[in-house]
Design a binder for this molecule. Structure first.
Ligand SMILES: Cc1cc2nc3c(=O)[nH]c(=O)nc-3n(C[C@H](O)[C@H](O)[C@H](O)COP(=O)(O)OP(=O)(O)OC[C@H]3O[C@@H](n4cnc5c(N)ncnc54)[C@H](O)[C@@H]3O)c2cc1C
Length: 374
């Protein structure tokens, strides 16, 4: 069986990685010209189920490496004022495992066939039941199953389920990262906390690798090459509706809202890595009605994009990857047919995917009271 996966994000790569070593041939097609072509490096908190799904998609010999390049999520989840005084609590702290998205993508890429500069433009279902994917700058590819793991603007979804479109919540935020030096270790109370200013909130989270990723790979799995990055602080600011100014950089936009804030908080933003600081919009995709069964399906943000404040988008994409992987292996082993397996995957995925979007939207107003939810 041949599977064409469109999109080399966490979900698509986890699926392809999970099919490696089975009788199923998986090729990944990615729009970006290179795998680190744009900002990709932020930390993610995986819940126990998401982390288990990720492990299930990886060869067991990499599990010790995976364990070294993560950290436990332990944060007090306080609400602090801009002088770092506690003024409230955000609720129960999340348990889970913190991973760096860029490091994880490098691990997931290892050993895969990934075609970059391959933007899908459409596909055709052929008379024999196969599907032919069309790309902007490369020859078409034919497969038994096409998986759209191409994120919130999914081109695959545009053909398969055109009535399902992203909703802009109106919330803009700036995200960046700053090396975690001794100077910023004293901010530890603020990691996992919300700093509540008059009109804005700053969210801080530390990424402390158990072992630096490059070193961990060299020691535990030499066939894997991981980026040479050290510990950092991830900061994110939800901006007021008119907060993003075109002529300011991401850092300048944040600093302009932090006049009079604790000097260490300002220094944290001033010393950020400009290449890893950017402005993002919060858009969600709520799964619409079911499409006709066939050799094309969707996975991850392409069909259920959540608000990042829900902390469940990657968890759900990894769950999809593991579930679809297991369904396809049953097909390969002759225990069921392809369309039945895809149908089973979609029924489960659409159900928990819709719930993931709903619960992420419920949490959004805590961080962005002005969000327009529909
Ligand atoms: C700041 C931030 C923090 C987050 N924190 C968390 C967290 O703590 N926990 C959590 O669970 N989730 C979190 N999320 C959500 C999580 O990152 C996403 O849900 C997850 O990465 C989705 O993975 P994906 O593979 O479905 O899509 P993506 O990672 O978006 O990957 C899609 C890929 O498809 C490619 N592509 C797009 N169009 C095409 C095309 N036409 N042809 C070919 N390729 C294409 C894109 O270039 C991209 O590489 C966070 C998100 C953000 C932005």
């Amino acid at each position: 069986m041949r599977v064409a996966v469109v999109g080399a994000g966490l979900g698509g790569l986890a699926l392809a990685q999970g099919l490696r070593g089975t009788g199923i041939e998986a090729a990944v097609f990615e729009r970006d010209p290179g795998i680190v072509a744009r900002f990709q490096g932020y930390r993610l908190v995986l819940n126990p189920n998401g982390f288990a799904a990720l492990r299930a998609c990886l060869p067991t010999r990499w599990h010790p490496l995976l364990n070294e390049i993560v950290m436990d999520a332990s944060a007090e989840q306080l609400i602090l004022d801009p002088q770092l005084n506690e003024i409230g609590r955000l609720g129960a702290s999340r348990t889970g495992i913190v991973v760096d998205r860029q490091v994880l993508r490098h691990l997931l890429l290892t050993g895969l066939t990934v075609h970059t500069d391959a933007a899908l433009t459409g596909y055709d279902v052929l008379a024999d039941g196969e599907v032919r994917a069309r790309f902007a700058r490369r020859d078409p590819a034919t497969a038994d199953l096409l998986v759209g793991a191409d994120g919130v603007n999914s081109a695959v979804r545009g053909v398969l389920s055109p009535q399902t479109t992203p909703t802009d919540t109106g919330v803009r935020f700036v995200i960046g990262r700053t090396p975690l030096t001794d100077e910023f270790a004293v901010l530890s109370k603020a990691y996992g906390s919300k700093i509540a200013g008059d009109d804005v909130s700053l969210l801080l989270g530390a990424m402390r690798f158990r072992t630096p990723p490059k070193q961990a790979a060299e020691e535990l799995a030499p066939e894997v090459t991981l980026p040479d990055i050290g510990d950092y602080v991830r900061w994110a600011m939800i901006l007021p509706p008119d907060g993003a100014t075109a002529d300011l950089t991401a850092q300048e936009s944040v600093l302009s809202t932090m006049r009079g804030w604790h000097p260490q908080l300002r220094a944290l933003i001033e010393q950020a890595d400009p290449d890893n600081s950017t402005l993002l919009s919060i858009r969600v995709v709520q799964p619409g009605p079911r499409w006709a069964p066939g050799p094309v399906t969707l996975l991850g943000d392409a069909i259920h994009a959540t608000s990042p404040t829900g902390g469940n988008g990657a968890n759900t994409a990894l769950r999809d990857a593991d579930l679809l992987r297991r369904c396809l292996i049953e097909v390969d082993e002759g225990r069921r047919n392809l369309l039945g397996a895809v149908d089973d995957y979609e029924r489960q995925m659409l159900d928990y995917g819709a719930e993931a979007v709903r619960s992420s939207l419920e949490k959004l107003p805590v961080f962005a009271p002005e969000a327009k939810l529909s």
